[in-house]
Design a protein around this ligand. Structure first.
Ligand SMILES: [Zn+2]
Length: 403
């Protein structure tokens, strides 16, 4: 623990030094009447070039954006970047954490909308060559924050109604885990093994998680990790005692996964080395959620090497599953114009062609058929069809292919 604290202190010290150097270079440019130029590396995790030799890379910048005070839109972006940088400097100096939302509410009239703060945070991470959690900015999970964090918030922020409403909303929007897993977070023990079908919140401060182990270390290890898109499916599996019957770990990020969910999942995979499967709706949004887990998001492409999960297998639901599992015709839904547009755009992502052409073929099939369906459609076969037939049969298919 002492080692972790020392490493964290050194990281913070290094980032504070970088911030100081960055500000000094800006001041120098201004005092010496040189035009101010801020160069920000650009990253992307895919392009639209389906040629197998495209130059996309997760880990290297694909160009640079030069910000200058001479352009009005750049001047505003620089202004906001420096304002958020000042907050980040304070967070690092005092070693406290804040969410992106907290930062927005420090100067809502200046920032005008959340996405502007998000862009500034991404720019700062790129400039300092670090991840978001290194600058003490987290995705909030209200009941999981420490008392010192709350105390610091009280000192730093003024509350108003929309902020409180936002927190109340987030209180009920947990990402969850259940199954054959035991871990410590900031000294608190989370023993999912005692009741493997009970939901536990996914830790916000993933760097404080330690002691991840499966029961009896070797004898009773979980067999795999199952990630489900929807909370309703997570609860369906909990009700069906899925983890007890199948000795596994189940996670839901409730739609598009946030950073702490993806970091927690990566930590599990690195520590436990278990096969990992993803179950999403058979629609363009489900597919996009799947690609966010496996390849990362474009917005956070600069950090994809720490967030992507290349081990992720797509368990379902495939467009071809509809016929294969004999689902009733009235469970089919027509693709909307927006669904079609989104699907066509996704088919141009180079990583699908390069790394998972079989996923791309299924997506093409969805577009050709013009229909989609939700995971819950399997309940039309029987109430527990999903947990007793569909998921086990899909897992068995993977096991057969792996032999
Ligand atoms: Zn590419």
């Amino acid at each position: 623990m002492e080692g972790n604290r020392r490493r964290s202190h050194l990281e913070r010290h290094d980032l504070l030094r970088k911030i100081k150097e960055f500000c000094k270079s800006i001041l120098k440019d201004i005092t010496e009447r040189r035009s101010l130029l801020i160069s920000i590396n650009q990253f992307r995790n895919y392009c639209k070039n389906l040629d197998a030799h495209c130059s996309c890379s997760y880990d290297f910048p694909q160009g640079q954006e030069i910000l200058t005070l001479e352009k009005q839109c750049h001047a505003r972006r620089i202004d906001i970047l420096l304002s958020v940088l000042l907050i980040v400097q304070k967070l690092l100096q005092e070693n406290i954490h804040m969410s992106k939302r907290d930062i927005y509410y420090m100067h809502p009239s200046l920032y005008s909308e959340q996405s502007i703060v998000d862009q500034a945070i991404n720019d700062i991470c790129i400039l300092l060559q670090c991840s978001r959690h290194n600058i003490n900015v987290v995705g909030i999970c209200w009941e999981r924050v420490s008392s010192s964090y709350l105390k610091n918030l009280e000192n730093l922020l003024f509350y108003h109604v929309s902020y409180v409403l936002n927190c109340l909303f987030l209180r009920f929007s947990f990402k969850m885990v259940m199954g054959w897993l035991r871990f410590l977070e900031s000294g608190a023990k989370f023993d999912c093994i005692n009741s493997p079908n009970d939901a536990h919140p996914i830790p916000t401060f993933v760097e404080k998680v330690k002691g991840i182990l499966t029961i009896d270390y070797i004898v009773s290890t979980a067999n795999y990790i199952l990630v489900v898109e929807k909370e309703s499916v997570f609860h369906r599996l909990a009700n069906d005692q899925y983890c007890t019957r199948n000795r596994c770990i189940v996670i839901t990020g409730r739609g598009y996964p946030d950073i702490s969910t993806r970091r927690f999942l990566r930590l599990l995979i690195e520590k436990l080395r278990l096969p990992t499967f993803c179950l999403v709706d058979c629609d363009p949004y489900g597919f996009d959620i799947l690609t966010t887990y496996r390849f990362g998001s474009m917005q956070m492409a600069y950090d994809a090497k720490f967030l992507r999960i290349p081990e992720m297998h797509w368990l379902g639901a495939f467009p071809s599953d509809f016929e294969k599992y004999g689902l009733p015709k009235n469970c089919r839904l027509k693709l909307t114009a927006e669904d079609t547009r989104k699907t066509e755009a996704m088919l141009h992502r180079c990583y699908l062609q390069r790394e998972v052409p079989h996923w791309r073929s299924e997506l093409e099939l969805m577009l050709q058929s013009g229909v989609k369906f939700e995971i819950e459609a399997f309940c039309a076969r029987s109430f527990s069809f999903l947990s007793e037939k569909y998921i086990p049969s899909k897992i068995q298919e993977f096991e057969r292919l792996a032999v």
